[in-house]
Write a protein that binds this ligand. Structure first.
Ligand SMILES: C[S@@+](CC[C@H](N)C(=O)[O-])C[C@H]1O[C@@H](n2cnc3c(N)ncnc32)[C@H](O)[C@@H]1O
Length: 283
Protein backbone atom coordinates (compact mmCIF):
# COMPACT_ATOMS: atom_id res chain seq x y z
CA UNK A 1 0.00 0.00 0.00
CA UNK A 2 1.50 3.42 -0.91
CA UNK A 3 2.42 5.59 2.06
CA UNK A 4 0.43 8.78 2.41
CA UNK A 5 3.18 11.40 2.87
CA UNK A 6 0.67 14.05 4.01
CA UNK A 7 0.59 12.51 7.49
CA UNK A 8 4.10 13.80 7.95
CA UNK A 9 2.76 17.30 8.28
CA UNK A 10 1.09 16.01 11.48
CA UNK A 11 2.47 16.99 14.85
CA UNK A 12 3.35 14.73 17.73
CA UNK A 13 0.67 15.26 20.40
CA UNK A 14 1.87 16.70 23.72
CA UNK A 15 0.81 13.45 25.42
CA UNK A 16 2.84 11.30 23.00
CA UNK A 17 5.82 13.65 23.25
CA UNK A 18 5.73 13.25 27.04
CA UNK A 19 5.67 9.44 26.75
CA UNK A 20 8.75 9.56 24.50
CA UNK A 21 10.53 12.18 26.56
CA UNK A 22 10.03 10.17 29.79
CA UNK A 23 11.23 6.97 28.16
CA UNK A 24 14.38 8.60 26.74
CA UNK A 25 15.22 10.31 30.02
CA UNK A 26 14.65 7.12 32.06
CA UNK A 27 16.54 4.82 29.74
CA UNK A 28 19.53 6.91 28.70
CA UNK A 29 19.47 10.15 30.72
CA UNK A 30 18.98 12.48 27.75
CA UNK A 31 16.72 15.41 28.63
CA UNK A 32 14.34 16.49 25.88
CA UNK A 33 12.83 19.91 26.51
CA UNK A 34 9.71 21.11 24.66
CA UNK A 35 12.05 23.04 22.28
CA UNK A 36 13.32 19.68 20.97
CA UNK A 37 9.84 18.58 19.83
CA UNK A 38 10.41 19.56 16.16
CA UNK A 39 13.74 17.77 16.10
CA UNK A 40 12.16 14.62 17.61
CA UNK A 41 9.32 14.73 15.03
CA UNK A 42 11.80 15.04 12.15
CA UNK A 43 13.93 12.13 13.33
CA UNK A 44 10.93 9.89 14.08
CA UNK A 45 9.44 10.55 10.63
CA UNK A 46 12.42 8.86 9.00
CA UNK A 47 12.10 5.81 11.22
CA UNK A 48 8.31 5.64 10.74
CA UNK A 49 8.84 5.77 6.96
CA UNK A 50 11.32 2.89 7.15
CA UNK A 51 8.72 0.81 9.02
CA UNK A 52 5.99 1.70 6.47
CA UNK A 53 3.75 3.22 9.15
CA UNK A 54 1.94 6.51 8.76
CA UNK A 55 1.40 8.13 12.11
CA UNK A 56 3.15 8.77 15.40
CA UNK A 57 0.50 7.09 17.55
CA UNK A 58 0.88 3.74 15.71
CA UNK A 59 4.64 4.00 16.09
CA UNK A 60 4.38 4.59 19.84
CA UNK A 61 2.01 1.62 20.21
CA UNK A 62 4.55 -0.47 18.32
CA UNK A 63 7.56 0.64 20.41
CA UNK A 64 5.90 0.26 23.77
CA UNK A 65 3.87 -2.88 23.03
CA UNK A 66 4.78 -5.24 25.84
CA UNK A 67 4.56 -8.27 23.54
CA UNK A 68 7.52 -6.98 21.48
CA UNK A 69 11.16 -7.34 22.42
CA UNK A 70 13.30 -4.22 22.91
CA UNK A 71 14.63 -4.05 19.33
CA UNK A 72 12.56 -1.01 18.37
CA UNK A 73 13.47 0.75 21.62
CA UNK A 74 17.14 0.45 20.56
CA UNK A 75 16.25 1.98 17.14
CA UNK A 76 14.35 4.76 18.89
CA UNK A 77 17.37 5.62 21.04
CA UNK A 78 19.56 5.48 17.90
CA UNK A 79 17.44 8.11 16.12
CA UNK A 80 17.18 10.42 19.13
CA UNK A 81 20.88 10.68 20.05
CA UNK A 82 23.01 13.46 18.58
CA UNK A 83 26.32 12.14 17.30
CA UNK A 84 28.30 15.13 16.05
CA UNK A 85 32.02 14.49 16.29
CA UNK A 86 35.32 15.09 14.46
CA UNK A 87 38.86 13.78 14.29
CA UNK A 88 41.13 15.81 16.62
CA UNK A 89 38.11 17.65 18.04
CA UNK A 90 39.31 20.03 20.77
CA UNK A 91 42.90 19.49 19.60
CA UNK A 92 44.69 20.83 22.70
CA UNK A 93 43.52 17.68 24.56
CA UNK A 94 45.60 15.55 22.21
CA UNK A 95 48.65 17.82 22.51
CA UNK A 96 48.41 17.52 26.30
CA UNK A 97 48.00 13.75 26.05
CA UNK A 98 51.07 13.35 23.86
CA UNK A 99 53.39 15.89 25.51
CA UNK A 100 52.48 15.60 29.21
CA UNK A 101 50.21 12.74 30.19
CA UNK A 102 51.70 9.81 28.26
CA UNK A 103 55.30 10.66 29.29
CA UNK A 104 54.14 11.05 32.92
CA UNK A 105 52.30 7.70 32.97
CA UNK A 106 55.26 5.98 31.31
CA UNK A 107 57.91 7.50 33.58
CA UNK A 108 56.14 7.28 36.92
CA UNK A 109 54.25 3.98 36.61
CA UNK A 110 55.71 2.33 33.47
CA UNK A 111 52.17 2.37 32.01
CA UNK A 112 52.17 1.63 28.29
CA UNK A 113 55.81 0.49 28.59
CA UNK A 114 56.00 -2.37 31.11
CA UNK A 115 52.25 -2.60 31.81
CA UNK A 116 49.39 -2.04 29.34
CA UNK A 117 47.62 1.32 28.98
CA UNK A 118 43.82 1.22 28.84
CA UNK A 119 41.90 4.19 27.51
CA UNK A 120 38.11 4.52 27.37
CA UNK A 121 36.23 6.73 24.93
CA UNK A 122 32.90 6.62 26.78
CA UNK A 123 30.73 8.34 24.14
CA UNK A 124 32.66 7.36 21.04
CA UNK A 125 30.02 8.17 18.42
CA UNK A 126 31.19 7.13 14.91
CA UNK A 127 34.79 6.48 16.01
CA UNK A 128 36.60 9.75 15.29
CA UNK A 129 37.52 10.24 18.98
CA UNK A 130 38.84 6.69 19.70
CA UNK A 131 40.78 6.52 16.41
CA UNK A 132 42.32 9.94 17.12
CA UNK A 133 43.42 8.56 20.52
CA UNK A 134 44.75 5.38 18.88
CA UNK A 135 46.82 7.42 16.39
CA UNK A 136 48.28 9.60 19.16
CA UNK A 137 49.14 6.50 21.24
CA UNK A 138 50.69 4.81 18.20
CA UNK A 139 52.89 7.84 17.62
CA UNK A 140 54.07 7.56 21.23
CA UNK A 141 54.44 3.78 21.66
CA UNK A 142 54.37 2.48 18.05
CA UNK A 143 51.46 0.36 16.78
CA UNK A 144 52.96 -2.66 18.57
CA UNK A 145 52.69 -0.75 21.91
CA UNK A 146 50.77 -2.23 24.83
CA UNK A 147 47.57 -0.22 24.68
CA UNK A 148 43.84 -0.68 24.02
CA UNK A 149 41.21 1.95 23.34
CA UNK A 150 37.73 0.89 24.47
CA UNK A 151 35.12 2.76 22.43
CA UNK A 152 31.56 2.64 23.73
CA UNK A 153 28.32 4.41 22.92
CA UNK A 154 24.61 3.81 23.40
CA UNK A 155 23.87 4.17 19.69
CA UNK A 156 24.24 0.90 17.74
CA UNK A 157 24.42 2.53 14.32
CA UNK A 158 27.37 4.82 15.19
CA UNK A 159 29.18 1.83 16.69
CA UNK A 160 28.76 -0.06 13.40
CA UNK A 161 30.30 2.90 11.52
CA UNK A 162 33.22 3.01 13.96
CA UNK A 163 33.81 -0.69 13.60
CA UNK A 164 34.00 -0.41 9.80
CA UNK A 165 36.59 2.39 10.22
CA UNK A 166 35.74 3.84 6.77
CA UNK A 167 35.40 7.63 6.40
CA UNK A 168 35.07 10.11 3.57
CA UNK A 169 38.21 12.03 2.63
CA UNK A 170 36.36 15.16 3.61
CA UNK A 171 35.74 13.82 7.14
CA UNK A 172 39.44 12.85 7.40
CA UNK A 173 40.62 16.36 6.46
CA UNK A 174 41.35 17.18 10.14
CA UNK A 175 43.88 14.34 10.41
CA UNK A 176 47.47 15.55 9.85
CA UNK A 177 48.87 14.40 6.50
CA UNK A 178 51.69 12.39 8.11
CA UNK A 179 49.18 10.45 10.25
CA UNK A 180 46.97 9.76 7.25
CA UNK A 181 49.94 8.41 5.32
CA UNK A 182 50.95 6.16 8.18
CA UNK A 183 47.62 4.94 9.58
CA UNK A 184 45.08 5.03 6.72
CA UNK A 185 44.64 3.57 3.26
CA UNK A 186 42.67 4.99 0.33
CA UNK A 187 39.90 3.03 -1.42
CA UNK A 188 41.05 1.34 -4.65
CA UNK A 189 38.08 2.86 -6.43
CA UNK A 190 39.21 6.51 -6.52
CA UNK A 191 35.76 7.76 -7.54
CA UNK A 192 34.55 6.95 -4.01
CA UNK A 193 36.93 9.24 -2.08
CA UNK A 194 36.99 6.99 0.97
CA UNK A 195 39.74 6.19 3.44
CA UNK A 196 40.02 3.39 5.98
CA UNK A 197 42.19 2.85 9.03
CA UNK A 198 44.86 0.19 8.59
CA UNK A 199 44.37 -3.12 10.46
CA UNK A 200 47.14 -2.25 12.99
CA UNK A 201 45.06 0.72 14.21
CA UNK A 202 41.69 -1.04 13.89
CA UNK A 203 42.79 -3.87 16.15
CA UNK A 204 43.71 -1.40 18.91
CA UNK A 205 40.14 -0.05 19.15
CA UNK A 206 37.42 -2.27 20.67
CA UNK A 207 33.82 -1.13 20.14
CA UNK A 208 30.85 -2.12 22.31
CA UNK A 209 27.42 -0.84 23.35
CA UNK A 210 27.36 0.72 26.79
CA UNK A 211 24.74 2.93 28.40
CA UNK A 212 26.29 5.45 30.81
CA UNK A 213 22.96 5.60 32.66
CA UNK A 214 23.13 1.93 33.70
CA UNK A 215 24.56 0.76 37.00
CA UNK A 216 27.30 -1.41 35.51
CA UNK A 217 29.51 -0.75 32.52
CA UNK A 218 30.86 -3.35 30.07
CA UNK A 219 34.52 -2.46 30.68
CA UNK A 220 37.00 -5.27 31.45
CA UNK A 221 38.54 -3.35 34.39
CA UNK A 222 39.71 0.07 35.54
CA UNK A 223 41.03 2.54 33.00
CA UNK A 224 44.15 4.76 32.95
CA UNK A 225 42.48 7.48 30.88
CA UNK A 226 38.80 8.24 30.23
CA UNK A 227 37.40 10.56 27.58
CA UNK A 228 33.89 11.69 28.49
CA UNK A 229 33.44 14.58 26.09
CA UNK A 230 30.32 16.27 24.81
CA UNK A 231 27.87 13.81 26.29
CA UNK A 232 26.95 14.98 29.81
CA UNK A 233 25.59 18.22 28.31
CA UNK A 234 22.50 16.19 27.34
CA UNK A 235 21.72 15.21 30.97
CA UNK A 236 20.31 17.10 33.95
CA UNK A 237 22.76 18.15 36.73
CA UNK A 238 21.79 15.29 39.08
CA UNK A 239 22.25 12.65 36.36
CA UNK A 240 25.54 14.29 35.32
CA UNK A 241 26.91 14.01 38.85
CA UNK A 242 25.85 10.41 39.48
CA UNK A 243 27.14 9.35 36.04
CA UNK A 244 30.50 11.03 36.62
CA UNK A 245 30.77 9.37 40.05
CA UNK A 246 30.29 6.00 38.35
CA UNK A 247 32.75 6.90 35.56
CA UNK A 248 35.35 7.89 38.20
CA UNK A 249 34.93 4.49 39.85
CA UNK A 250 36.23 2.96 36.57
CA UNK A 251 39.28 5.25 36.61
CA UNK A 252 42.49 4.21 38.41
CA UNK A 253 43.88 6.59 41.05
CA UNK A 254 46.36 8.84 39.20
CA UNK A 255 44.38 8.28 35.97
CA UNK A 256 43.08 11.13 33.79
CA UNK A 257 39.58 12.28 32.85
CA UNK A 258 38.95 14.46 29.78
CA UNK A 259 35.69 16.40 29.55
CA UNK A 260 34.29 18.53 26.71
CA UNK A 261 35.29 22.20 26.62
CA UNK A 262 31.75 23.40 27.28
CA UNK A 263 31.19 20.95 30.17
CA UNK A 264 31.69 21.69 33.84
CA UNK A 265 32.08 19.61 37.00
CA UNK A 266 31.71 22.72 39.16
CA UNK A 267 29.94 22.02 42.47
CA UNK A 268 29.94 18.24 42.02
CA UNK A 269 31.28 15.88 44.62
CA UNK A 270 33.83 13.83 42.63
CA UNK A 271 37.17 12.16 43.52
CA UNK A 272 39.13 14.24 41.01
CA UNK A 273 41.25 17.38 40.99
CA UNK A 274 41.98 19.79 38.21
CA UNK A 275 45.04 19.04 36.04
CA UNK A 276 44.47 21.41 33.08
CA UNK A 277 41.34 23.15 31.73
CA UNK A 278 38.64 20.39 31.36
CA UNK A 279 41.21 17.68 32.26
CA UNK A 280 41.18 16.05 35.71
CA UNK A 281 43.27 13.58 37.66
CA UNK A 282 41.68 10.85 39.80
CA UNK A 283 42.68 11.11 43.46
C1 LIG B 1 27.96 14.67 20.53
S1 LIG B 1 28.51 13.02 20.56
C2 LIG B 1 30.14 13.24 21.25
C3 LIG B 1 31.16 12.35 20.55
C4 LIG B 1 32.62 12.54 21.05
N1 LIG B 1 32.76 12.19 22.43
C5 LIG B 1 33.11 13.93 20.79
O1 LIG B 1 33.30 14.70 21.73
O2 LIG B 1 33.31 14.29 19.61
C6 LIG B 1 27.59 12.36 21.96
C7 LIG B 1 27.52 10.83 21.94
O3 LIG B 1 27.00 10.42 23.22
C8 LIG B 1 26.21 9.27 23.01
N2 LIG B 1 25.31 9.07 24.18
C9 LIG B 1 24.22 9.77 24.53
N3 LIG B 1 23.66 9.27 25.65
C10 LIG B 1 24.43 8.22 26.02
C11 LIG B 1 24.38 7.29 27.10
N4 LIG B 1 23.40 7.31 28.02
N5 LIG B 1 25.33 6.34 27.17
C12 LIG B 1 26.33 6.27 26.25
N6 LIG B 1 26.42 7.12 25.20
C13 LIG B 1 25.49 8.08 25.09
C14 LIG B 1 25.48 9.58 21.71
O4 LIG B 1 24.98 8.42 21.08
C15 LIG B 1 26.56 10.29 20.91
O5 LIG B 1 27.22 9.41 20.03
Amino acid sequence: MPIDDSIFSQQLSSKDFKVLKDFIEDSCGIKLSETKKNMVEGRLRKRIKVLGMNNYADYLDYVFNEDHDDVEKVHLIDVITTNKTDFFREPNHFTLLENNILPQLAQVHGIGVTSPLNVWSSASSTGEEPYTIAMVLSEFYGTAGKFTVYATDINTSVLATGQKAIYTEDKAKDIPFEYKKKYMMRSKDRTQKLVRFRPEIRQKVKFGRNNLKEDKYILPGKMDIVFCRNVIIYFDPQTQESMLQKICSYLKPGGFLFMGHSESVHGMSLPIKNYAPTVYIRV
